[in-house]
Each structure stands twice: as structure tokens, then as C-alpha cells.
Ligand binder design. Structure first.
Ligand SMILES: [Zn+2]
Length: 286
């Protein structure tokens, strides 16, 4: 599952190579990739044809394109393995290219998705809190990289949540874009165990945690951005950040980079959580 920094790399690629181009035709070759577009493949193709792409937008891990026609967005679900590739129309078609949009400049925007959990769907744009969002994204909170992210409001919302802080970070309603990896990294930086109750944490502690969430994403984006090739918009694979600088995630039994204690792995929400048993004390003791 791509996390926010990977999705932002894709968005930047689309902004550079797709925005301003007009869609000349759309070909759908796998029905699963348009299953979220209830009106079907022919409707999607007809409505996209002739549209000029106005912008590439993102909130949290959600990605969409807008068009000169103002009321509609193309929501791109990357799923587990989705890629948005911009290729010359004459380039060989990838094995798992399930949707292809021919652009007027001779390029083709291709949605390649081996596992077919992702897809494209048109959705109406609605106004929420001063921003225009596709309807399926309307409930998603701003992410920490959003210039209009309100940290004080997020702290207040976190303090009202009587559930574990990691669970709240992951649920996308107070702050969006935080996946398992970045949650673990930010909690380690803040010295907090993910099972601590959000409502039991003081304002300054939560503020620091949100700062670390933003910082860890910025660093990942800096690292992930370096692997971006001019004509190849690719979300598959791990960012450079993944290999280089993770402090806890995936480091079971390796020494904590701060205190040397072996990192522990625990089950949390059917996933693995990594933490330092010394720097991040578990609530209730152990
Ligand atoms: Zn430690």
C-alpha cells in the first residue's frame, strides 16, 4: 500500500506530465479497474474524452485529477499495486495496463495494476471546509503537509478520542495520510507507545507528535522524490527512505538508535507495530 510520500511523488509526476493535456480517447481493458465507477467503462470513457486536465490533487493517500469542466474529478485508487505511467503512445503496452488514456501530445496515461485492487472512478466535487473534494474523499482530514492543516484543531480532536493514539493516527479522520510505517516512526520520535490513550496525552505532547508525523513524511518525500524519473510516474516499490533511515519499523531485535534496547514487534490492528521498550513505555507497565 503506498503511503502519503509515495502518492505525492505520483501527484507531482502527473502535475508535470498530464496537467494541461487533453484526453483524446480512453480504453478500458479490465472491468475490475473501473468497478468503483458504477455507470461503467463506456460512461467513464465518454465523459473523460475531450476533457483538458486542470490539476492533480492529493489529500492524505487519496489522489485525483480535475478538469476544465468544474464539477467532476477522476479519483485514482492505487490499491496495493497501482501505477500511473506516462508513456509514448507507441511504447509497448504493459502486461497489467488496464486503462489507457491517449493525450493530445502523443503520450498515453496508463493505469497499470497487477493485483487489481485499485482503479479509476469519476466523482462529483463537493465543498468541505473551504476545499473542493471528490465525494469519496469528503470525510478525510487534512494531512500534515497541507498548508491549511490546523495543528491546534487536530490536538483538540485527538484529546477528545478515548482510544489508542496509534489507532486514531491511522483512522484518517483527525489527520490523514498516516500509515503503519509513519505512525510507528513518529511515535518512536515522540517517545510514545501506540497503545497510550489519545485522551490521556497532554496538549504539548500531542503537538510534538504531530510535528514528528509531518517531519517523517517530509523526509520520506525528500528521499522518495530522488528516484523519480522524468517520463516515468511510478508508485510501485519502496522509497529510498524505506531502506535508509527507518528507526523502528521492520527492525525487530535490532538496537534502538537512541538507547540501544532491542526493538520489539507487537500485533496491533492485525498488523505489526514496532517500538522501543525503553523509550516508549507501554501503558499499564509490563
Ligand atoms: Zn530506545
Amino acid at each position: 500500500m503506498p503511503e502519503l510520500p509515495e502518492v505525492e511523488v505520483v501527484r507531482r509526476g502527473l502535475a508535470e506530465h498530464v496537467v494541461g493535456r487533453t484526453v483524446e480517447s480512453v480504453t478500458v481493458t479490465h472491468p475490475r479497474s473501473v468497478r468503483r465507477h458504477i455507470a461503467g467503462a463506456a460512461d467513464l470513457a465518454a465523459r473523460l474524452t475531450g476533457q483538458r486536465v486542470a490539476s492533480a490533487e492529493r489529500r492524505g493517500k487519496y489522489l485525483w485529477l480535475t478538469f476544465d469542466e468544474p464539477d467532476t474529478a477522476l479519483v485514482v485508487h492505487l490499491g496495493m499495486s497501482g501505477q500511473m505511467l506516462v508513456q509514448p503512445a507507441a511504447a509497448p503496452v504493459e502486461k497489467h495496463a488496464h486503462i489507457r488514456a491517449a493525450l493530445h501530445d502523443g503520450a498515453e496515461l496508463r493505469f497499470v495494476d497487477q493485483r487489481t485492487f485499485g482503479g479509476w472512478a469519476l466523482a462529483p466535487l463537493v465543498e468541505v471546509g473551504g476545499s473542493l473534494l471528490p465525494e469519496p474523499v469528503a470525510h478525510i482530514a487534512r494531512d500534515p503537509l497541507d498548508p491549511r492543516f490546523d495543528a491546534e484543531a487536530a490536538v483538540a480532536a485527538l484529546r477528545a478520542k478515548h482510544s489508542e493514539i496509534k489507532r486514531v493516527l491511522l483512522d484518517q479522520t483527525v489527520v490523514s495520510g498516516v500509515g503503519n510505517i509513519y505512525a510507528d516512526e513518529a511515535l518512536w520520535r515522540a517517545g510514545l507507545h501506540g497503545n497510550r490513550l489519545a485522551s490521556g496525552l497532554r496538549g504539548p505532547v500531542l503537538r510534538m507528535l504531530l510535528t514528528e508525523v509531518g517531519a517523517v513524511m517530509e523526509e520520506a518525500l525528500d528521499a522518495g522524490g530522488t528516484s523519480f524519473d522524468a517520463l516515468y510516474v511510478n508508485v510501485n516499490g519502496r522509497s529510498g527512505y524505506f531502506e535508509r533511515s527507518l528507526a523502528v519499523y521492520g527492525r525487530e531485535d535490532e538496537p534502538c538508535r537512541r538507547c540501544g534496547a532491542p526493538i520489539v514487534r507487537e500485533r496491533f490492528m492485525n498488523r505489526s507495530s514496532y517500538s522501543c521498550p525503553r523509550c516508549q513505555r507501554r501503558p499499564g507497565g509490563r
